[in-house]
Design a binder for this molecule. Structure first.
Ligand code: ARG
Length: 263
């Protein structure tokens, strides 16, 4: 069982200024690696990706990402919100910078967590937030249950987030994006053994590492062909050779998500 660092706790530690010691504790299981440029890609904006949402605490501290799939519905990871109450989270759209004040802030009126969720390495890492305020931004399309062909090994996937830019580093003030290839299930199984649940997860990354999502990116999107196909979920450290990022395989949960989007 791989021990994961939870974005929520890392973000809380950062927000509290709880210092290097606490953060080191949370990231210790993955601290073996040399810092790598995580989302090794480039900075971008919410103007370019209007459906990418920040999920923050009530004080505005970002701890996860999410994807707008309807004016009042945001797809995120179960592990981001399972311990939250509707009062304790906000969704922020149209804000490229963590320290910005622009965009739209919404309260959350309902948190749906996949009822099968226990922890990220067991699967079912999907949640849907219902917003109190409509987001005036373009929503993303998401995969349907029959789109399973999108996960062909080698397909180019795009990830986005404000997470840490190295395994033990700080969050990025500006939204970042990178592309990573989808990895075959058998390669992912080689990396993660039985923690990789192929029905519920898909891996993406280079076998040599170097480009990946990291802490704070969880809940955010993995797009394939411009369609939301995954949710940033977990990994062993970040951008380490032999350890790709693991994403929720959204085709498996498409029906459940649609049922939530329809309410
Ligand atoms: N669990 C992390 C989060 O909560 C996401 C980690 C993704 N890790 C990776 N190596 N791709 O933000």
């Amino acid at each position: 069982m791989f021990r994961l660092t939870r974005a929520r706790r890392a973000a809380a530690a950062l927000a509290a200024g709880a210092a290097t010691a606490a953060l080191a504790l949370f990231t210790a299981p993955c601290a073996a690696a040399v810092p790598q440029p995580v989302v090794g890609g480039t900075t971008t904006t919410t103007a370019a990706y209007p459906f990418v949402m920040q999920i923050t605490d009530a004080s505005g501290n970002q701890f996860c990402g999410g994807t707008l799939v309807a004016a009042r519905k945001v797809v995120t990871a179960a592990h981001c919100v399972v311990d939250e109450s509707t009062d304790s989270v906000r969704v922020v759209g149209g804000r490229t910078y963590l320290n910005g004040t622009d965009g739209t802030v919404s309260k959350v009126s309902r948190i749906w967590v996949d009822p099968g969720y226990t922890d990220a390495t067991s699967g079912d890492d999907v949640a849907v937030l219902t917003l109190s305020t409509s987001m005036p931004y373009t929503a993303a399309k998401y995969v349907s249950a029959s789109d399973t062909g999108v996960y062909t090994a080698g397909a180019t996937a795009r990830v986005l987030g404000w997470g840490t830019t190295s395994e033990s580093g700080g969050s990025s003030n500006q939204l970042r994006t990178a592309t990573v290839p989808v990895m075959s299930d058998s390669s992912c199984r080689d990396s993660y053994g039985s923690d990789f649940v192929a029905s519920d997860m898909v891996c993406a990354g280079y076998s040599s590492g170097g480009v990946d999502t990291c802490q704070g990116d969880s809940g955010g999107p993995l797009f394939i062909g411009g369609v939301l196909a995954g949710i940033t979920s977990w990994g062993n450290g970040c951008a380490e050779a032999g350890y790709p990022g693991v994403y929720t395989r959204l085709t498996t949960f498409s029906g459940l998500v649609s049922a939530q989007v329809g309410t």
